[in-house]
Design a protein around this ligand. Structure first.
Ligand SMILES: CCCCCCCC/C=C\CCCCC/C=C/C(=O)SCCNC(=O)CCNC(=O)[C@H](O)C(C)(C)COP(=O)(O)OP(=O)(O)OC[C@H]1O[C@@H](n2cnc3c(N)ncnc32)[C@H](O)[C@@H]1OP(=O)(O)O
Ligand SMILES: Cc1cc2nc3c(=O)[nH]c(=O)nc-3n(C[C@H](O)[C@H](O)[C@H](O)COP(=O)(O)OP(=O)(O)OC[C@H]3O[C@@H](n4cnc5c(N)ncnc54)[C@H](O)[C@@H]3O)c2cc1C
Length: 666
């Protein structure tokens, strides 16, 4: 095997690291066996050479990109399937795959089968009755059918009650008639819908006995299983090129009075009997369950994508030398600039914060789901609120810090060969899909305002909101991490109290409840955001303390530094709030700033070790800037030479256009 020559700056960074990198990887994976299992899976997938691209994806046409993605998706699925442990429950399988980023080695822009796995199958599980699950799950899990989740329409994504697709029950034939009455009723966006899926879960407004019974899920065949031609009454296509997700095959779908049998309505929650009688579910919002599930998964996905971006940027910053710190010294590594550390170390800490929070949320989700299955619905509102607020914060922060990682790489970060632009293309849509972020913050605000009223009525609050009932003043600023967490809670409480007071004031001034809500909504969303910040810092600290207690002292120290950095970073970012709602003085602010700068200095020698600890292989990073060996310049040149324009010394356009133009003949 050829010996890898590692860039000497990266090698000396690794020699400086104060903790055992493998121990960090095991900690992140949840144990040594999990690391081994993940690596075995990566080895196996990466050994299949047909899964690698011969020509970089960016040089393919739109159509070729899709065809290539489908070719790989099929193969990738088969390899993954062969590695599945049949003894794992779905819950364990998903939890154990939280650190797996192998998909990124195969698709720079995501897989056209994503929606089948992430939403179609979960929608059947969550919305189908036992009989429907038995039939459809078997087919979907065996990939006999491929599906997607078709909810959003051209005219409505956020406001689900405004969806226009109708499913009208016809008792004479025991069928539903699906129809798109207008252009804006066309389903628009679902991944895989354009040319991949032959089935989908369609969310449509149910009409039976001439009554609107709200949005309900229907499993609908859209293409012939043999010929893959769209079925009669179905109009299908692709929605076109996008900022990212270009291999996901997002599509449109219209129905022209398309009939489906009665048993195609997924009837776990609500039912329509043969004669058209509608029986509502225990809570109509159970129909939105698939979205809650994906919001929970997104938190983890954001942590992983951020880990990728910051690994690339930190390694590059250790290799890149630029400018002068001292006139007599050689050009320093750009990682020695404290501004560079400020830009990037928070990205490392944030990835840790969300991967801990994601696991915590997943376990909470699993607990509440099993309660729901047993008919206990009490904890659904809190779960919905938590999933909304953590999806929002993780997607916002990941987008900011991925983009910051790209900018921190200067010009080279703009190259697709850095894989940073594509990584941004994968994180930024998460602020929109699965519930647009402002809209979800308003949902969180709604649950907080409700909790506020409950508190005033002396009722017990859900655990994640219990701090709102803590009336005690924060008498003294002690500057500890726990003290700052309490201060964040005070901020959230204070902002909520202020927005509730304004909401009520606007109503007293004569505005309707809805107008008062709209007028107070900037403050309400700010309160919801602060609530989310308080939760994330607390969960990050508590979960790190709980899990890291058995780690070696050097690693424990490095993790504590990340928790403290994360807490101080957000305290300094939100100084205005802290000054308003906590006993913070100017001296305390100066002290925090000094501690923050000291932390950057302490983390500096461990920076490369910390990103090595994410253990993201070169094939997954897919980056000329971020590879383990740090051969940045060689790789940039190798990638440049792959440009089809470099295949010939003179391009034909010279003779066709440039030459006649320069000679005044054109
Ligand atoms: C092994 C697998 C591992 C793979 C890992 C992959 C990781 C995955 C990551 C990336 C890939 C993801 C790909 C995703 C692709 C994208 C897909 C989509 O975008 S699908 C479409 C998503 N659409 C939305 O999210 C729409 C957003 N809108 C809404 O949710 C709703 O319209 C609303 C804004 C919530 C309002 O709804 P509605 O008008 O009906 O409500 P109101 O009448 O206002 O009532 C509000 C009351 O209802 C409660 N509520 C609302 N939603 C829920 C819920 N989901 N659960 C429980 N309760 C809910 C709300 O709290 C109000 O209650 P009250 O205050 O009245 O008590
Ligand atoms: C990459 C990608 C993949 C997707 N995949 C799927 C899929 O597989 N299946 C599917 O069904 N959908 C999918 N979607 C659609 C996605 O779920 C919607 O785009 C999303 O729910 C937002 O809805 P919208 O586009 O209608 O935004 P809009 O609601 O029109 O938002 C536009 C603006 O209006 C504001 N706004 C809207 N309502 C309110 C309100 N009540 N209060 C205050 N402000 C408001 C928003 O904050 C935002 O600023 C996907 C989208 C993307 C980008």
């Amino acid at each position: 095997m050829a010996k890898i020559t590692v860039n000497k700056d990266l090698a000396s960074e690794r020699a400086k690291c104060e903790f055992n990198v493998e121990e960090l990887t095991n900690y992140l994976d949840g144990g040594r066996e999990n690391t081994a299992r993940r690596r075995r899976m990566e080895d196996k997938v990466l050994s299949v050479k047909e899964l690698r691209d011969e020509i970089p994806e960016e040089y393919l046409s739109h159509k070729e990109k899709y065809e290539n993605a489908i070719r790989k998706a099929v193969l990738f699925y088969k390899v993954q399937k062969s590695l599945d442990d049949p003894n794992q429950s779905d819950h364990e399988r998903i939890r154990n795959s939280y650190r797996s980023t192998i998909t990124s080695a195969i698709f720079k822009d995501n897989s056209p089968l994503t929606l089948h796995i992430v939403m179609f199958i979960p929608a059947i599980i969550g919305q189908g009755n036992d009989e429907q699950r038995e039939y459809w799950l078997k087919r979907a899990k065996n990939m006999e059918i491929i599906g997607t989740y078709a909810q959003t329409e051209l005219g409505h994504g956020t406001f689900l009650r405004g969806l226009e697709t109708t499913a009208t029950y016809d008792p004479a034939t025991e069928e539903f008639v699906l129809h798109s009455p207008t252009l804006t009723a066309y389903k628009w966006w679902p991944g895989g819908l354009a040319h991949t899926a032959n089935y989908c879960v369609v969310m449509a407004i149910l009409y039976t006995k001439s009554k609107n019974c709200g949005i309900q899920p229907f499993i609908v065949q859209i293409r012939d299983e043999e010929t893959h031609m769209p079925l009669p009454g179905i109009k299908l296509g692709e929605i076109g090129a996008k900022l990212g997700y270009n291999t996901v095959n997002n599509g449109f779908l219209g129905f022209d009075n398309h009939r489906i049998p009665r048993d195609r309505m997924l009837m776990r929650n609500a039912q329509v009997s043969k004669d058209g009688t509608f029986t509502a579910g225990a809570n109509s919002k159970l129909t939105y369950g698939t979205m809650v599930y994906v919001r929970v998964l997104i938190v983890n996905n954001m942590a992983n994508l951020l880990a990728k971006a910051v690994t690339i940027a930190i390694r590059y910053s250790a290799v890149r030398r630029q400018s002068k710190l001292k006139p007599e010294d050689p050009e320093p590594q750009i990682l020695d600039y404290v501004t560079q550390q400020h830009k990037l170390f928070i990205g490392i800490a944030t990835s840790h914060a969300y991967s801990r929070t994601a696991l915590w949320l997943w376990d909470h989700y699993a607990k509440v789901t099993s309660e729901l299955n047993a008919g206990k619905l009490d904890n659904l509102p809190e779960l919905h609120s938590l999933a909304c607020c953590l999806k929002v914060l993780s997607s916002v922060d990941a987008a900011v810090f991925v983009e910051r990682s790209r900018l921190a790489c200067g010009g080279h970060g703009y190259m697709l060969s850095s894989n940073l632009p594509q990584t941004y293309g994968l994180v930024t849509p998460a602020s929109t899909f699965e519930g647009e972020n402002t809209v979800l913050l308003l949902q969180v605000a709604r649950s907080l305002v409700k909790a506020w009223q409950q508190m005033l009525n002396g009722r017990q609050l859900a655990p994640s909101m219990a701090y709102l009932a803590d009336q005690k003043q924060l008498d003294r600023w002690d500057g500890s991490v726990n003290g700052i967490i309490r201060a964040f809670q005070k901020v959230a409480r204070g902002k909520l109290a202020f927005s509730v007071a304004n909401f009520e004031k606007y109503q007293k001034m004569g505005l309707s409840r809805e107008d008062a809500w709209n007028k107070a909504s900037v403050q309400l969303t700010a309160a919801a955001e602060s609530h989310g910040r308080a939760i994330v810092v607390q969960v990050f600290k508590t979960e790190t303390d709980r899990i890291a207690s058995s780690l070696s002292p050097p690693l424990r120290k490095a993790l504590d530094q990340l928790v403290e950095l994360f807490t101080l970073y957000w305290a300094l970012e939100r100084l205005g709030d802290l000054l308003l709602y906590s006993p913070l003085s100017e001296v305390d602010v100066r002290d925090m700033q000094a501690r923050y700068e000291e932390l950057l200095e302490k983390i500096r020698p461990n920076a490369v070790g910390l990103v090595d600890g994410f253990d993201i292989r070169d094939e997954i990073l897919n980056s000329a800037l971020g590879a383990y060996d740090g051969r940045v310049y060689e790789r940039l040149m190798e990638e440049a030479l792959k440009s089809p324009l470099n295949a010939e010394p003179v391009n034909s356009s010279f003779h066709k256009y440039l030459k006649p133009f320069m000679q005044g003949k054109l």
